[in-house]
Write a protein that binds this ligand. Structure first.
Ligand code: HEM
Length: 364
């Protein structure tokens, strides 16, 4: 009986404790909104954000937000650089999709063209006689520039499109290794491209000025779509256009690349962002041109590559594609018979090396 009485008292105590707790919660809930509302009513009076004005400007996002600083240095007073966001949007929403469309489109056109036309064949077959087209120094220079450019193009495209193209394929970890290796390689070999472009300019500029037959060559699209092959000198109009693209875009890529790689010439962020735009657009255009150049130098034109490997071309190739140059060589007596060339090339492997003599140099 006594036990029952004690347990009833304990239950009553528990009950009153719960009621007390509930009362406290109800009281708090009824007071809290008023207290919060009171706090909302006068926030500025209690805590004034000294940067409020600044952040209002930032949110407008119309121009870079400048502050004041004692740190000496270019743009050190710029708190928020809004143009960085403009560059990012341009890169992600315009440059990358346009690069994909252009490079994919050019590749598609080349493949389609090759499937229909099968490239330009040697109409009269091989003559067995040869003309010297490029000296060794020119070939070494060409392959030096080609190797560096292709490396820079690959690493550059990895940096430009890797997030979109490679991350879904290889994942973040592998991509971070590929991307940082690409960046180091791109920065290391980039400056060498400038030397190559200057070299190409010095060696080839004299043969790339507009000349007789260039307009006709362009109007007939180089004889790509049938009809008689248009007349051309040492280089045809298409090759001249490629040369000037390599020089102008190559110099632009080199200049903007140096601005980006060595940002201590006093260039501010606007210059750097403009350089990024020019560098990206120029690179994509030159790579698109390179697809066409590689095709014409290999599968697109039979026996063309020999000029950049051995230095010699078949006389029939020269007559078909560069008739003015071939005539000048023939007039000069610079045609070399196959056996003579074979002997010459055998000798070139010995100490009694036969010196290269470019054919019809002045007429080119
Ligand atoms: C695998 C890549 C390449 C191949 C197969 C290739 C092939 C050729 C061939 C066969 C020629 C001689 C054309 C002729 O005899 O008329 C040539 C010339 C030339 N190539 Fe390449 N090339 C390649 C990459 C490059 C690159 C990357 C550049 C520069 C960025 C370049 C710039 C030039 C220039 C400037 C000429 C002389 C054309 C002129 O001055 O008008 N090439 N190439």
């Amino acid at each position: 009986m006594n036990n029952n009485k004690r347990s009833l008292t304990a239950h009553q105590d528990d009950f009153f404790s719960v009621v007390k707790a509930l009362l406290v919660i109800v009281l708090l809930l009824s007071i809290a909104p008023q207290a919060l509302a009171a706090g909302d009513a006068e926030p500025a009076a209690k805590v004034v954000n000294p940067g409020a004005e600044l952040w209002r400007e930032v949110r407008q996002r119309e121009a870079p937000v400048a502050g004041t600083t004692q740190v000496a240095g270019m743009d050190s007073g710029v708190l928020i650089n809004i143009r960085g966001e403009q560059w990012r949007t341009f890169r992600m929403q315009q440059l990358i999709p346009a690069a994909g469309a252009l490079l994919g489109g050019v590749l598609g056109i080349i493949v389609l063209f090759h499937l229909i036309k099968r490239g330009l064949r040697l109409e009269l077959g091989r003559s067995g006689n040869y003309l010297l087209r490029f000296k060794e120094i020119d070939r070494v220079l060409h392959w030096f520039v080609a190797t560096i450019f292709i490396f820079l193009a690959l690493t550059g495209l990895i940096l430009l499109t890797g997030r979109v193209v490679l991350i879904p394929m290889v994942g973040h970890d592998v991509f971070s290794v590929i991307a940082s290796a690409s960046k180091e390689g791109h920065n290391l070999f980039g400056p060498l491209f400038l030397l190559g472009v200057i070299g190409l300019f010095i060696r080839f500029v004299s043969k790339n000025f507009p000349g007789k037959g260039d307009i006709g060559w362009l109007l007939k699209a180089g004889g790509m779509f049938g009809g008689k092959h248009p007349s051309a000198g040492f280089f045809n109009a298409g090759e001249k256009i490629w040369f000037w693209l390599v020089i102008f875009i190559g110099l632009t890529l080199s200049a903007t690349g140096l601005i980006l790689e060595f940002p201590f010439f006093g260039q501010d962020r606007l210059i750097i962002e403009l350089s990024l735009v020019l560098h990206g657009v120029g690179a994509v255009l030159l790579v698109a041109g390179l697809f066409g150049h590689i095709y014409m130098g290999t599968a697109g034109m039979e026996a063309s590559l020999e000029s950049m490997t051995s230095g010699y071309v078949d006389a029939n190739w020269a007559r078909q594609h560069h008739d003015q140059w071939a005539e000048a060589c023939e007039a000069e007596g610079a045609v070399i018979a196959g056996e003579e060339l074979a002997k010459k090339q055998r000798l070139r492997g010995t100490k009694n090396r036969v010196p290269d003599r470019p054919a019809a140099e002045e007429g080119q």
